[in-house]
Design a protein around this ligand. Structure first.
Ligand code: EPU
Length: 337
């Protein structure tokens, strides 16, 4: 095990922010993690996974535990489904591809999402009508103080829209080490409801899609709208789509008849933040190397050397303009440090 000091985290966060860590330790095994948690018991640590959902606005004056525990396997096969397991450090998209190549169904709509398996449950990643919770079986996590291992069932995780118990009641208490999923092997329940998926499948003349076809369609849609973090730094959607009272939404609809929406319940309505931001005129806006992506206004980007503070200032500006125009406060989806 190597302990590095004053290490740049630029390569470890998809925003490509050049913040540094006081100490940096790469962890490749669960037992190593337990040992280090005991050793660093009295110190505050900073747990880093894929670095795909964070904005670093300052240097990290703590020891970074970089969770790079690898491995994936089929746990159990049944007549029409299979249980698969991936360790926390596995790259999410590579894991999705591995399941797709085996012909399994369930993760295809979640193709090309940046980040690692271990952090996917924390924010219940979701895209194109599917969320992680739809295929999640359980995860294993280690308690930071006691180093006890605990299994979390679907119910234990309290998943919601970009939400879980790991972000709320148990925030900063556990480190997820592996996740299990239930995937279909023959009769797939494919989610094609998302408009753009239908359009892509139709354009290719695919009438009876397999998980691989959906995955390829999702990749095509994502590549057409979302910047590739390897080329332009970003953390995907910077804000959550706000959920507002339906009565408030009705008033907005009178003022802005084209406002898109999705019903969440009888009393709540979700509004796409990307649309709100675009209406303020900020889509494509850029200050130095910090920008609002020109093809999807919900994504803030680092064109090269923006600092975390500059991205944060741009986020404040976006929030200000959206409040002024719509009276809605956009809540960041990204964790800001
Ligand atoms: N829209 C605009 N202008 C924009 C962006 C979007 O008018 O600049 C409108 C679109 O026309 C559409 C609506 O907003 O009517 C929704 O847009 P889109 O389908 O692109 O999805 P989104 O709601 O902006 C969410 C997720 C994405 C996920 C997509 C697809 C959140 C915060 N974001 O975005 O997730 O890929 O749906 O399912 O829920 C992420 O979390 O990092 C992420 C990329």
């Amino acid at each position: 095990m190597k302990i590095l000091t004053n290490t740049s985290l630029k390569a470890y966060n998809t925003f490509g922010i050049n913040a540094s860590a006081k100490q940096f330790i790469e962890i490749q095994h669960e037992d190593e993690l337990m040992h280090l948690l005991k050793r660093f018991y009295t110190e505050e640590i900073f747990v880093l996974g894929g670095g795909s959902n964070m904005l670093l606005t300052k240097d990290i004056d703590k020891t970074v535990f970089y969770i790079n525990i690898l491995g994936k396997k089929i746990v159990e096969e049944f007549e029409n489904h299979v249980i698969v397991e991936a360790k926390a450090g596995e790259n999410w998209h590579e894991f999705v591809n591995w399941t797709i190549e085996k012909g399994y169904g369930g993760l295809e709509n979640l193709s090309l999402i940046p980040g690692n398996v271990g952090t996917a449950p924390v924010q219940n990643i979701g895209a194109y009508g599917v969320e992680l919770k739809d295929v999640f079986v359980e995860c294993e996590a280690i308690h930071r103080q006691t180093t006890n291992t605990r299994h979390f069932s679907l119910q234990d995780c309290e998943f919601g829209y970009r939400q879980s118990v790991f972000k709320s009641a148990l925030k900063n208490q556990y480190i997820i080490t592996k996740v299990r999923f239930k995937l279909t092997t023959q009769t797939h329940q494919l989610n094609k409801s998302y408009g753009a998926i239908k359009t892509v499948l139709e354009s290719k003349g695919i009438e009876r899609p397999q998980p691989k076809d959906i995955s390829e369609a999702v990749i095509e849609i994502r590549q057409s709208k979302l910047p590739d973090p390897k080329e332009i730094g970003n953390s995907g959607s910077f804000f959550k789509n706000p959920v507002i009272e339906s009565s408030v939404f009705s008033q907005l609809k009178r003022q802005f008849p084209n406002i898109p929406s999705y019903a969440v319940s009888e009393t709540l309505t979700k509004v796409p933040a990307g649309w709100l931001i675009e209406q303020t005129g900020l889509k494509g806006f850029r200050v130095g190397d910090a920008g609002v992506h020109a093809k999807q206004a919900l994504v803030l980007v680092n064109y090269g050397n923006a600092t975390g503070k500059q991205i944060q200032n741009l986020a404040f500006l976006v929030q200000k303009k959206v409040i002024e125009k719509f009276g809605i406060l956009l809540e960041p989806e990204v964790n800001i440090f």
